[in-house]
Design a protein around this ligand. Sequence first.
Ligand code: B12
Ligand code: SF4
Length: 550
Amino acid sequence: MEKYDLILISQSDLVDYSGYSNLPLGRVDLYASLVYPRMVYFKGGFRSHLDVLNSIKNNKFYSECSPEERRNSLNIWNLPGFSGIHIANYLLQFGIHTKVINNYDSEFDQLEEVYNFSRNSGRSPLVGISSTFYLSYKEIKRLSKELRKIDPNMKILVGGAFANAETINKDAGGFEQHMRRCKVNYVLHAFNPEEDLKNLILQKRQGKPLKHIKNLTYLENNNFETAGFYCTESEWHDPVLNKTPALWDGIDLPFLNKTIQMRTVSGCSFSCAFCSYPSTAKGLHTTELELVEKHLQKILNIKKVKTIIFLDDTFNVPVDRFKGLLKIFKKYNFEWFSFLRVQYVDDEIARNMKESGCIGVYLGIESASDAILKNMDKRVTRADFLNGIKHLKKYGIISMGAFVLGFPGETEETLNENLSFIKMSGVEFYTFKEFYYMENTPVHEKRDEFGLSGIGSKWKHKTMAYEDIHPKIIQMFKKIKSSVFIDADTSLWYIAYLYDQGYSINEIISLQKEINSVVHDQIEGKYSDYHPAFNRIQNLLGTVCDHAAS
Ligand code: B12
Ligand code: SF4
């Protein structure tokens, strides 16, 4: 077994379904917006759509399984996340060895084994938790508590998007109380903290002081009540895209099936009025195409890899760069998924996308109403969207249209425009997200014009309030028959993950239609574990298992 400097937990099974299941089903009207349409009530509790499949297929829910069984169950966090692999790849050039734990809840036995092995060999590794998918400290606290059962003296570090978001409107000193409460030793809070992480590990290895490392907060020892708390200087770093050599095939990735994620860009050149990403990422940073190709070659050297999910937020913009990428992709044999600004797609681009292996794309449509698109500063029209999707459909590229409902200016009429758009465009999948009001977004500047007040998920403006949205989502969910609903919290990754697990797109559509039909009946108050759709799901799963095995 190898000795590691860092064990990095990329993801964990973070939604507490049991919390929802403990609520009285008879009063579901009071909390329906939290559970529908994203969950199904099955065998005495609320379940994720994937866990319904686990129970029907294996007669066990994910939470009831041993770690090994969990690794073989369906769970969105079993899909290899990017941050852990990326950090391992970056650190390897400095001789720093990282063990990536992709999904803590499926791999904690392996974490314990690797940690103890290194500890018994005389060097306890630092244990990093990625907070990228967290929206509070709850999950950090849970993990830290469990990790300290392995070793109360473990050194725990937190980094990732949530740690960074905590410093946007607040001072880094605000970490102190949370670090003491959650028993965390270090937080690296930069948006691009790779260099700081390298410095932290090297300084610690040499027993040197940490005060010169940027963007770090730390407690001087494991006495969490009394230890001295320190904050170092904050400094912006550009992303390390062009400073990350392609060492992918040198990293141990036992959790990998066929799909891996990568990015070629950080940031975004648009400035949609509801989005904070351009301000947090500070502009668009790109990887040189030559280096992208080297990364691709190394990734495809990993024999198992057949599919890549590209994480670039606007993968096809700038258009010429995208054309260059497609030319490179066509030289290699793999399939891919990505985000796409569909208004920049013409016949030739769609053909090249298909020929280079594109299976499906996430379309940030946000709204199909020209009035709302204008308010959102999306710089696109409904007609542009329809035109682009026509090209995708011609070449059999599937798409998932993502909509944000309730943006200032939204009315019953503009919501109905989304309904007709989903039907007309023929997008295979759709998701709805409610507008989320953040202060560090352009819409905040226009709050007086829109009469916008409140914050986060609780807002009000001249034409709507947040409470109006969930009933509309349910109405639309019931009405849409031509396209398949996917939970916004899993979105394109749900499709890509099931595809990774051997399901064809048509099988995913059939399965999801059955799940949605159960949800539909539950919303009407009809609950039964003997719903005929569960039988049909069982038959579908049987077919898939047969062809996946052959
Ligand atoms: C892929 C993705 C998903 C997938 C993940 C599937 C999978 N198995 O990988 C799915 C669709 C499941 C998902 C779900 C959610 N997501 Co999401 N997702 C993303 C996305 C597009 C990419 C994440 C990524 O890999 N980024 C690339 C890596 C490099 O960036 P990073 O993780 O931030 O890491 C960098 C640093 O932070 C740091 N770092 C990361 N981890 C660590 C750890 C340590 C110790 C250190 C030192 C450093 C470090 O290193 C990286 C260097 O650049 C991002 C948007 C984006 N472009 O980042 C949103 C994003 C992470 N998601 C977000 C959110 C809010 C969610 C949800 C909570 C809700 C939602 N609907 O969006 C849910 C999750 C919970 C739930 N209820 O199920 C937010 C997070 C905001 C935050 N935490 O403050 C983001 C940033 C999008 C956004 N702007 O709103 N997501
Ligand atoms: S919504 Fe997407 S395209 Fe718009 S600013 Fe945010 S990341 Fe960029």
